[in-house]
Design a protein around this ligand. Structure first.
Ligand code: FAD
Length: 371
């Protein structure tokens, strides 16, 4: 066992979860968690499907979960559906609280901005989410506003996609997370070819949704926004020579990273001979395996962003949500099989065959990846 100190750079989702797991399962590893801001977890609502995690991992994450709903629904112009797939959400405040209660305070450093260059004797794990490791990508852009309404909204489960709205800037849908009978997070999301986020326009669009629904806002509680890369080409990072980089590991289509974070951290805490080289090897192996296993997701992204006409992109998702629930669960957890791939492509895709072929071959030429 190497006695070098492990420095976790960044107390967001990855860094916070890693520090939590090390505290719980590896008291032998000497680590510090450094966060440049004064709270852990930033300003997020992190959600995931319970079926994304195995039951042991779920138990470990359970203290962070603010609320679990028994299912969720989706709405498209020609069909809607409710799925009995429990959906869980974590808030940044809860994340910060559980971490501060669990990790010894002498290991937590706030307002501490790390520069890995000087740290040659330490094992530096970069969870700062700063490095841009992506090749060509599309973007998932969103603004969420969490409000307290004057009256009850009437939703008992989240709506993950309401695409019964005007389509603009690519595939557009509204996401509703009903925390209580009057408190709700409403997010306007777009799968767009560009990364520019027009918060004023998005806010105006959310206001008009509130108006249509006749929901009167008593109080705006918080806002969150993001631009997540949705890769078309493979992501390739082996980290630099100094730190071990955890960026760029997420579900290629949805941008969700919580399930991957939990899975990789579960691999990391099993490393007996904890050294820079063994940690780096574990991260790189996970990244490469995941990358190989999920080339299908990047193919889907190419079809979505390069072959489907922007205003018809919603049809890809609409078709997907007509498939069986176990397949949808396997899609979110990243564990699809070859039959699933075929089922996703069966039916009439909303793309011109020439554009589809171009998108597929463009990907192969650029990346040499095969399905
Ligand atoms: C608004 C939003 C909502 C999202 N919702 C979901 C969701 O529902 N489910 C899901 O799975 N994924 C979701 N994602 C995607 C993804 O899970 C998040 O982006 C996630 O927070 C990424 O985790 P991270 O640890 O890599 O980065 P972050 O959570 O961004 O954490 C990085 C941390 O490092 C700190 N930092 C940066 N530089 C330094 C430095 N030099 N020294 C010390 N600290 C530093 C930052 O202050 C920050 O706290 C969402 C993303 C956004 C933006």
């Amino acid at each position: 066992m190497n006695n070098s100190k492990t420095i976790i750079m960044g107390g967001g989702l990855w860094g916070g979860l890693l520090a939590y797991h090390l505290t719980k399962f590896r008291p032998d590893i000497n680590f510090e968690l450094h966060e440049k801001d004064n709270t852990l977890g930033g300003n997020h609502t992190w959600s995931f499907h319970q079926s994304d995690l195995d039951s042991d991992s779920f138990q470990v994450i359970a203290p962070f979960i603010e609320k679990t709903w028994k299912g969720h629904s989706v709405f498209f112009p020609k069909h809607s559906r409710s799925l009995e797939m429990p959906y869980c959400s974590i808030t940044s405040e809860g994340f910060h609280r559980v971490l501060c209660e669990s990790i010894p305070s002498e290991k937590l450093f706030f307002k501490s901005q790390i520069r890995p260059e000087g740290l040659t004797n330490e094992i530096v794990i970069d969870a700062s989410n700063q490095d841009s490791l992506y090749g060509k990508c599309g973007y998932q852009k969103f603004l969420g506003i969490e409000v307290e309404l004057a009256e009850e909204h009437g939703l008992s489960i989240p709506i993950l996609m309401d695409a019964q709205v005007v389509q603009k800037d690519g595939y557009r849908f509204i996401y509703y997370l009903p925390w209580t009978s009057r408190r709700i997070l409403i997010e306007d999301t777009r799968y767009s070819n560009n990364a520019s986020l027009n918060l004023i326009e998005l806010e105006a669009d959310i206001q008009s949704i509130l108006k249509q629904k006749n929901w009167k806002v008593e109080k705006v509680l918080r806002k969150e926004s993001g631009v997540l890369p949705i890769p078309i080409d493979p992501v390739s990072s082996q980290g630099n020579n100094i730190s071990i980089n955890l960026s760029g590991i997420f579900h290629d289509v949805t941008g969700y990273s919580l399930p991957d974070a939990v899975r990789l951290i579960n691999e990391l805490i099993k490393i007996q001979d904890w050294q820079r080289s063994t940690v780096l090897e574990c991260v790189n192996n996970y990244r490469q395996k995941r990358h190989r296993d999920r080339s299908f997701f990047r193919l889907l992204n190419r079809l979505l962003f390069q072959a489907a006409e922007p205003k018809l992109r919603y049809l890809v998702l609409s078709h997907f949500y007509e498939l069986s629930q176990p397949l949808i669960e396997r899609f979110y957890s990243g564990k699809m099989n070859k039959l699933d791939y075929i089922r996703i492509f069966m039916g009439k895709p909303p793309v011109k065959i020439t554009s589809a072929i171009e998108a597929i071959f463009l990907g192969q030429k650029n990346t040499e990846e095969v399905l």
